[in-house]
Design a protein around this ligand. Structure first.
Ligand code: AHR
Length: 868
């Protein structure tokens, strides 16, 4: 009988470590004082596998630790092509610190450096630029004399060797030519293959710790691999389990009332072509080759547009545009007509009205007119309107078209009624039926599906979109407000185009409309660590950050956002909000700074400036810091250190993990210090091979959410990521809600989020869960959370069963209150691979003690009303 199952993982890990430690101690007399350590990287996988170690007592026979376990991985530049570690050189300094330097690739003017005290836990990486663009740093090596380190390398661009010196691996002297180029590297045969690397002598204890680290990672990988695919074997003899759940009402505690929110990022066509209700694609003719980094030659100002007339011409011009941020426009001549194909077609419904708008000018100064039509694939007209009075100056014209047909694949045609040249831009078509009827609004069905989650907050605009692919791609909120024609469109790092029509005003408005707190996340003055190369500095990844001389304005922009959201209408930015139609404040309370950034010196410098300025000017705002993209590792450790140093109230954690991780790490937050920063688990999702969103992933998330509720005193907010994905335009799986132009398809995981979102509490009541004759493994698959909603006084019992058998429990709520004799129950269940399961609701008899059978692979939620 296991009652303390939350500690299951910890106990197992401790056991493993102590067995290993005992073995080492027990044999200490037989171990050498010193052995040799060989550090190397293989050329396998183009150098993506990081730093490996092997040990030897005679420099002849080498024993790989792993083999090929990665003790340090490079985090430079884009996924795929970059993140390589070539020719690593490991060096032990006189002060005992280990330093690793390595080459990044075959064409970068920087090397990489990281330091460690124990070879296991590595400090932040840096990529100091040593040479001008065009140089290529290879085979860096380090020596030390009197506390001064000399780094040497070969520049393969001119085949010459260079050197620099440093005392701290932060500031370096200017690179100078080097005449002597002897290498301290050597060759060792590892697993029958000659490898090049460095040899250092180390204590046996150092090697033993490396071996234990590898063993621990093997153990963790095995845990992560746990999934239903082995359940038939794992639980071969398991019969339905009998159990009891006994609430401990006297031990209740206050938990966050903001726990479940949503994450919005423009990934998978979530915004343009998705939530943003605009039906015309490339309405501003601003699509550019650079949106897709030149990979699609047909992706340009004419994308989604074509000439539909047999006469006339359609060209693109940029002379005298409507606005400098919106340079391109269409020029139609000789009675030409153009047609827009929408985003996979334009969906229209019979009898519904659509707002049409267009900027137009008659280039040759004559007054002119246009016809705008909704047409079918064969040209049949589903509704039309005429716009007159077009003159020699840009003018916005508006009309309404009522559709006479329901179709998923209509098109919008613009027919000029003149032989002269006419300029057209911002050709827009919006359904009048948007979410809450807003102009420039959101697709009603999609926005409502999100609102039905009852999110307590919405994070936007990302994700990686927030910090961008390179310095020039950082999302700047000021470029996304004001008249649509003046907004600055942006390349979307997920490989398409952002009109910014769905901008900060619309995000705030949507949050307000669905009763969610807005949570904007702003780049910390650095772009995404996975950015491509900036040609000016030759560096990918963080690319040195916003130049320090521009940081003052960058910080001011962030402060201005708070004024835009909350300031009085008399303030500069508050007035712009009022001008946009919202004089009342948006009540902004949270601002995220950074998105899972690489923690580097240049990040820290900028992050510190922003955080300090924000805390000083707006102490009432909860600043949410960032602690990297994973549940452990250097960025996580250093991000948390920084949070303590800067006294940041909350940090944003991200982790996408296998189902097995969620099953085996339910005590993750039970280990957290309650006196430190609170947690916003800003991005998470359970993964399985093939990345499905099914009953198994949804239950893993439901299971973990019981632990998040239990730890709701330290975890303040959570959001599953990503939220939206348009079918056939998906860059990331799994997502919460899939959709096409006419259908919205919530996933099984959506229902987990919805059950939690709609049944949140603010008081947690611990309970004892006792499963009769169940193994540790079985116990770990059942989780319970009981919360109370103080407003309604309802008690909510959540039981997640990831076992392949039913669990027949008795729920004992004595001491938790008096409840109405019947309660609403929701059960989400199905085969682990089901992608279509939905919760089924019924009413059951309850009391202070009642039986409750939960099916195999299920999430059961019971909402008890107080007995009035
Ligand atoms: O959610 C998808 C992506 O995952 C986000 O953009 C990024 O923050 C994370 O790596």
């Amino acid at each position: 009988m296991i009652t303390n199952k939350k500690q299951f993982t910890t106990i197992l890990m401790a056991l493993l470590m102590s067995i290993s430690a005992f073995a080492a101690r027990g044999n200490s007399n037989t171990k050498p004082e010193k052995v040799f350590l060989f550090a190397y990287a293989t050329d396998k996988d183009k150098g993506h596998n990081g730093l490996h170690f092997a040990w030897s007592s005679d420099k002849k026979n080498w024993h790989a630790i792993g083999p090929e376990h990665s003790f340090l991985r490079c985090d430079y530049g884009r996924w795929g092509a970059e993140k390589r570690m070539l020719t690593p050189y490991l060096f032990k300094a006189q002060d005992g610190m280990w330093h690793a330097v390595w080459a990044l690739n075959e064409n970068t003017n920087a090397f990489a450096h990281a330091a460690s005290g124990d070879l296991i836990s590595w400090k932040r990486q840096s990529y100091p630029i040593m040479m001008p663009v065009g140089a290529s740093v290879a085979q860096p090596e380090v020596t030390e004399k009197n506390g001064v380190f000399t780094v040497t390398w070969l520049n393969t661009a001119d085949s010459k060797s260079y050197r620099t010196t440093t005392k701290d691996f932060k500031t370096y002297t200017t690179a100078t030519l080097l005449t002597k180029t002897a290498t301290a590297k050597t060759t060792a045969t590892i697993s029958g293959k000659p490898e090049t690397g460095t040899i250092t002598d180390v204590s046996w204890q150092t090697v033993d710790n490396l071996i234990k680290t590898h063993n621990l990672s093997v153990f963790k990988n095995k845990q992560n691999d746990e999934s239903s695919k082995d359940d038939a074997i794992r639980f071969a003899n398991l019969k339905p389990v009998e159990g009891t759940i006994t609430v401990k009402a006297s031990e209740s505690k206050k938990i966050s009332d903001m726990l479940v929110g949503v994450f919005f990022e423009d990934i998978n066509y979530a915004a343009d072509g998705g939530l943003y209700a605009e039906l015309v694609q490339n309405r501003d003719f601003e699509y550019a080759l650079s949106d897709k980094e030149g990979r699609d030659k047909n992706w340009n100002s004419t994308t989604a547009w074509s000439l539909s007339s047999t006469k006339g011409t359609f060209t693109i011009d940029s002379l005298q545009p409507i606005h400098v941020n919106n340079k391109h426009f269409a020029v139609l001549k000789g009675g030409a007509a153009i047609v827009n194909s929408g985003y996979d077609g334009i969906p229209v419904n019979t009898g519904e009205s659509y707002d049409v708008s267009v900027f137009a000018k008659a280039i040759e100064g004559k007054s002119a007119a246009i016809k705008i039509r909704l047409i079918g694939q064969s040209g049949e007209v589903y509704g039309e309107t005429s716009l007159k009075g077009i003159s020699s100056a840009w003018k916005k014209l508006n009309a309404v078209i009522k559709a006479t047909k329901t179709a998923a694949d209509a098109r919008l045609e613009v027919v000029t009624q003149t032989q002269g040249s006419m300029a057209l831009d911002m050709i827009s078509l919006f359904p009048q039926k948007t979410y809450k009827g807003r102009k420039n609004g959101l697709r009603a069905d999609l926005a409502q599906t999100v609102a039905d989650l009852h999110p307590k907050f919405m994070r936007f605009p990302g994700g990686c979109v927030a910090h961008g692919d390179g310095l020039g791609n950082i999302y700047r909120w000021k470029n996304t407000i004001g008249p649509l024609e003046s907004r600055k469109p942006l390349r979307n790092l997920w490989g398409y185009h952002q009109t910014t029509g769905l901008g900060y005003f619309e995000y705030f408005q949507y949050c307000e409309d669905m009763g969610a707190a807005p949570l904007p996340v702003i780049a910390a003055g650095v772009p995404c660590q996975n950015s491509g190369i900036d040609e000016h500095i030759g560096l990918g990844g963080q690319q040195c950050g916003v130049p320090m001389e521009e940081m003052g304005q960058y910080v001011q922009d962030i402060l201005d956002l708070v004024e835009y959201a909350n300031g009085p209408v008399t303030s500069k930015w508050g007035k712009l909000r009022a001008d946009a139609g919202h004089p009342m404040p948006f009540n902004l309370k949270y601002v995220g700074i950074g998105n899972e950034d690489l923690i580097t010196d240049l990040f820290e410098e900028r992050y510190t400036m922003i955080v300090k300025a924000m805390k000083e000017k707006y102490p009432e705002i909860t600043v949410i810091g960032t602690v990297g993209p994973a549940a452990e590792g250097t960025d996580y450790e250093e991000g948390w250190e920084l949070a303590h140093k800067l006294d940041i109230p909350m940090v944003d954690e991200h982790y996408y993990q296998p189902v097995g991780w969620f099953i085996n790490n339910q005590d993750y937050y039970d280990r957290y210090d309650r006196s430190k920063s609170k947690v916003y688990l800003g991005e998470y999702a359970a993964f399985l091979p093939g990345r499905p969103n099914n009953i198994e992933t949804a239950l893993a998330e439901a299971l973990y959410l019981t632990a998040l509720e239990r730890n709701g005193d330290v975890v303040s907010m959570t959001s599953y990521a990503p939220m939206l994905a348009k079918e056939n335009h998906t860059q990331w799986n799994p997502d919460l809600i899939y959709f096409n132009n006419t259908e919205v398809k919530p996933t099984v995981g959506y229902y987990t989020q919805q059950l939690y979102g709609q049944n949140a509490g603010d008081v947690y009541l611990p309970s004892d869960v006792v499963l009769k004759d169940a193994s540790l493994e079985a116990t770990n698959r059942v989780a319970v959370s009981i919360v109370r909603d103080s407003k309604s006084k309802d008690l909510i019992v959540k039981i997640v069963n990831m076992l392949p058998v039913a669990v027949n429990t008795n729920v004992n709520l004595e001491g938790a209150g008096n409840f109405a004799p019947s309660a609403k129950r929701y059960v989400l269940t199905g085969a682990p691979d089901s992608k279509i399961a939905k919760p089924v609701a019924d009413t059951i008899a309850v009391g202070s003690n009642f039986p409750c059978a939960v099916p195999a692979y299920s999430f059961t939620l019971i909402r008890l009303k107080p007995n009035n």
